[in-house]
Design a protein around this ligand. Structure first.
Ligand code: F6R
Length: 607
């Protein structure tokens, strides 16, 4: 995933605006950064590999002249992170500049043709074919817009692109195919960006660009065209009510910890889902003959938790499947009777979208749960729910995970109600507990954070961790392992408590930490036995327990308390909090940057 940005200011220099925007886009990639501006019929470019601050320190990105600019923050897919592969890319005459997010599948063929015509390519990127193809068409007498349109129609794959030309110094052409792109409009400028938060500090007025559309951004205006048949599309701007500060760190040292702390507020928003969305989603789920829960990474762990919630609350059995395995594992069995509930906070994860595409081609019903309205997932879903968590900047999913869990819990409740599987009294109790969840999470953070920090300090030099949980808590332990792996590169293992006496016992060593998640649900008795078994081999027991659980306290070397009397279907939301904090404090204590885990980006939009 990478980020693209462009702006035309009424007055002043675009370069510092582009620079600030790229900083906000850094969560999408950070191995290279570049800018291009146009001034008096000339293109100015600065770019290099490295984090944006380093690129700026070396090149001063702010002193490019001109009020029109493009920017790009890169996470390499074609060509290593090197200056030459950094966007913007130019044509031979240095008159056209392009930034792109996505993959041009037929670039090798186009490149071959253009090389035969004498074009000289400098990079190994797929993007570079775009300026050269435009150049070729300009040479044939086409206007900038016609040349760009023909070029876009030649490209196969999925992309979001922004293009400028020296002779059209008051225009940016931007377009997308199966990728995300938004327009921002203010009194003093127009913007395009891979996401909305990038221009939120400047404007809340926005237009989402849809699949197959080209936008001609001019001085204070925009025109949308379908680039295949050139129909004009009228789409007035909408006001986005996210406050700009959500995209800032608000005084926290890292986005990850800011977002962990943001969870109570975020859950307050998430538990206020509109009834009609829940009703609609529930109606589809209720009549599903066969239900697949499909996602990657953290979102897959939310699927796992949902499989317990749906089964236990609403007696609905489901098949959680990794999106990357979906086609191989169950593809052939998918048909018109199948329903796919796809989870993706970004709504852009390539494997999830591929699974969804495949299921659609077999006439299955697609339902979506995502954090990004306007994302591809929302466009391909029959019904979708937005988890309303606001933008998440930290690469490690935290608030979007608990937001997903809370939406799934609400769906499970609705479904149970619809199916008559929960008594009226129980239902009232569950609803009341759901409403308390934001306060519960707030209290856990307030009372347990320091303790978690100390536990992280105690164990931070251990080379691996073992996580154990049973029932719905196995989703929590899997997610905790992922958090530790992505932020600390520590290869931990997660096992069901029931598997303790299998091969895993070989890894239990005196003094090595074994982390148990032990809410007081139906699995509590068994997990206590599992702990005793691991403890007998000398492991250091770290337990996530409910307040006042004296039995487990007496077995544990260290424990963290979550609240008691939280129903099972809500327990993952509270149990994951200390383990998110654990991963964070481990990373910080070990001198790692939790916001920029090695080799990882926020969303895997290409494969
Ligand atoms: C983990 C993480 C990734 C994502 C995964 C799916 O912290 O961020 O594992 O969960 O890439 O992303 P979405 O939910 O955007 O489809």
């Amino acid at each position: 995933m990478v980020g693209i940005f462009g702006c035309i200011l009424k007055e002043g220099n675009a370069a510092p605006v582009v620079h600030e925007a790229l900083k906000r886009l850094e969560y999408r990639g950070y191995d290279s950064a570049g800018e291009a501006t146009i001034h008096e019929g000339k293109l100015y470019v600065k770019k290099d590999h490295g984090k944006i601050d380093d690129v700026h320190a070396q090149h001063n990105l702010d002193d490019l002249p001109g009020r029109i600019g493009l920017g790009h923050i890169r996470w390499a897919t074609h060509g290593a992170p090197m200056q030459v592969n950094t966007h913007p890319h130019l044509d031979c005459r240095k008159e056209v500049a392009v930034v792109q997010n996505g993959i041009i599948e037929n670039y090798a063929q186009i490149k071959g043709e253009l090389e035969e015509l004498g074009h000289i390519f400098k990079s190994k990127t797929d993007t570079e074919v775009i300026p050269h193809l435009i150049e070729e068409k300009l040479q044939k007498g086409l206007s900038f817009i016609e040349a760009a349109r023909e070029t876009l129609n030649r490209l196969e794959g999925s992309f979001a692109v922004a293009i400028v030309h020296v002779n059209d110094s008051n225009k940016i052409l931007c377009a997308q195919k199966e990728n995300s792109l938004a327009i921002g409009l203010s009194e003093t400028a127009v913007y395009c960006s891979s996401d909305i938060p990038t221009f939120l500090p400047m404007t809340k007025e926005t237009v989402l660009v849809e699949n197959g559309e080209l936008v001609i951004l001019g001085d204070g205006d925009y025109e949308i065209r379908d680039f295949a048949n050139w129909n004009q599309i009228v789409r007035p701007p909408k006001l986005i009510d996210w406050i700009p500060e959500v995209a800032e760190k608000e005084g926290f040292p890292y986005f990850m910890i800011k977002e962990i702390h943001a969870q109570p507020a975020c859950l307050r928003s998430t538990i206020r889902l509109q009834e009609e969305y829940l009703d609609l989603m529930t109606a589809f789920l209720d009549r599903a003959k066969e239900l697949f829960l499909v996602a990657c990474g953290t979102s897959y762990h939310a699927c796992l938790a949902a499989s317990y919630m749906f089964s236990k609350m609403a007696f609905l059995s489901t098949h959680p499947v990794y999106a990357s395995e979906f086609i191989e594992q169950v593809g052939k069995s998918v048909n018109i009777d199948s329903t796919i509930l796809a989870l993706s906070q970004s709504g852009e994860t390539a494997d999830t979208l591929a699974a969804v595409d495949y299921a659609r081609s077999r006439a299955a019903t697609i339902l979506g749960l995502t954090n990004v309205v306007g994302s591809t997932l929302t466009r391909v879903s029959r019904v979708f729910i937005c988890q309303q968590a606001g933008p998440e900047i930290g690469v490690a999913a935290t608030k979007t995970f608990t937001a997903q869990l809370s939406v799934l819990a609400q769906i499970a409740l609705k479904l149970a109600e619809k199916r008559g599987k929960v008594s009226h009294v129980e239902m009232e109790h569950f609803k009341a507990k759901l409403r308390q969840i934001p306060n519960i999470i707030e209290k856990i953070i307030q009372t347990q954070e320091e303790k978690v920090k100390q536990i992280a300090k105690k164990y931070r030099d251990k080379p691996y961790f073992l996580f154990f949980g049973r029932g719905i808590s196995s989703a929590v332990t899997l997610e905790s392992t992922l958090k530790l792996l992505e932020t600390n590169q520590i290869p931990s293992l997660t096992y069901s408590g029931g598997e303790v006496d299998g091969d895993i016992i070989n890894l239990v060593q005196p003094g090595y930490p074994a982390i148990f998640v032990c809410p007081k649900d139906d699995t509590h008795k068994k997990i206590a036995v599992d702990i005793a078994e691991v403890k007998a081999r000398g492991a250091s027991i770290v337990a996530i327990i409910e307040e006042g659980d004296e039995q487990i306290k007496s077995l544990a070397d260290d424990y963290v308390e979550v609240m008691k009397d939280v129903p099972e279907f809500l327990s993952p939301i509270q149990c994951i909090i200390p383990l998110q904090l654990f991963a964070y404090y481990m990373a910080v204590g070990r001198g790692l940057d939790p916001d920029r885990p090695r080799h990882l980006t926020k969303a895997v939009t290409v494969k």
